[in-house]
Design a binder for this molecule. Structure first.
Ligand code: SF4
Length: 321
């Protein structure tokens, strides 16, 4: 019987799940993702996680707990870097250690992912990991190629925005407004954490842009004039996407969603504020920051969202495109 591997539906799941699914299936594992985040997942994660942790990490704990004893092993990689010279958040570096402290019944599979030495070395590392899991040395390269092809296809879908399954506007009409929703994928695509923000915008006929639809060269160009290099990969993407949208007049406004207790975002917030201004410090686009935590309520968020969208509509009426 195939061994089962549980993949928690949180954090970098949104970026890399298809790659790891293809990888483990090629190794004859049965891949079991946990369900999308529910209120129960948030409750469990909040109970398990220390108060000081950000909500996405607590939610990840909830997902691990939901998989515990349901699978043979849970996949929790230690993601150090996904490109040269830049790092992920320290919480992603320490994730397996934090999950181990929960003392789950199920063992973890926790390889280190570190692309500081480039993609070739990464391939070799993943091949070695495949061999550790039972592949022969001859099979390993083709298993890794299959996984990388799945990742490429997934990234293409993300760039084309195909992952956003949006409802039709409630009144059947597009509003003519475009809003950029910026934040980590595990916040903006998790309907429970983001309180369904993207769906709410789409229902009002608003076109939604997300960071994954911005290409790497566009991000690189956009952050060129940020005074200091941003060494956190995902924060750089968020800032670069916002700057790209604003510099190219692609959006009427930006909603920046961050988690309470997020270390990197607490630094990046002022950089995001600057990203929506021109060189003279004038605001080029409206910005609303939403800080989410386990206590975020729908009513408060809806009130702020309505006020922001009304303001954008009035602004558009006064200053038409
Ligand atoms: S970047 Fe922020 S939200 Fe994401 S895992 Fe790190 S601390 Fe949490």
């Amino acid at each position: 019987m195939a061994r089962t591997i549980g993949i928690p539906h949180g954090l970098l799941f949104y970026r890399y799940y298809p790659m790891w699914k293809a990888f483990f299936e090629a190794l004859d594992y049965e891949v079991v993702p946990s369900h999308p985040t529910s209120k129960r997942t948030v409750r469990l994660g909040t109970r398990l996680g220390d108060n000081e942790l950000c909500l996405p990490v607590k939610v990840f704990f909830g997902h691990c707990y939901e998989l515990d004893a349901e699978v043979d092993v849970i996949f929790v990689p230690r993601v150090v870097a996904v490109e040269k010279k830049r790092y992920t958040c320290p919480k992603l570096l320490g994730l397996p250690d934090m999950v181990r402290s929960l003392e789950l019944e199920t063992d973890l599979l926790a390889p280190t992912i570190d692309l500081r030495k480039g993609r070739r070395q990464f391939r070799r590392d993943v091949e070695a990991f495949a061999v550790e899991l039972g592949a022969s040395r001859r099979e390993a390269p083709s298993i890794v190629r299959t996984a990388m092809r799945a990742l490429d296809a997934h990234e293409e879908r993300l760039r084309a925005g195909e992952h956003l399954v949006l409802p039709e506007p409630k009144d059947g009409k597009p509003s003519g407004m475009t809003v950029g929703v910026a934040g980590h994928p595990y916040i903006i695509y998790d309907n429970q954490i983001s309180l369904d923000l993207i769906r709410r915008l789409a229902e009002r006929g608003i076109e939604v842009l997300v960071p994954e639809t911005v290409t790497h060269p566009e991000v690189d160009r956009a952050v060129r004039d940020v005074p200091k290099d941003i060494f956190w990969t995902y924060e750089r993407e968020v800032v670069g996407s916002i700057k790209h949208w604003v510099d190219s007049d692609a959006v009427d406004g930006v909603i920046y969603v961050m988690s309470f207790a997020c270390g990197p975002d607490s630094f990046m917030h002022t950089v995001v504020e600057d990203a929506v201004r021109d060189q003279d410090g004038e605001r080029k686009a409206a910005l609303m920051t939403l800080v989410v935590d386990e206590h975020s309520g729908e009513a408060g968020m809806v009130t702020r969202l309505e006020a922001f969208l009304d303001m954008l509509e009035r602004r558009k009426a006064v200053v038409p495109a």
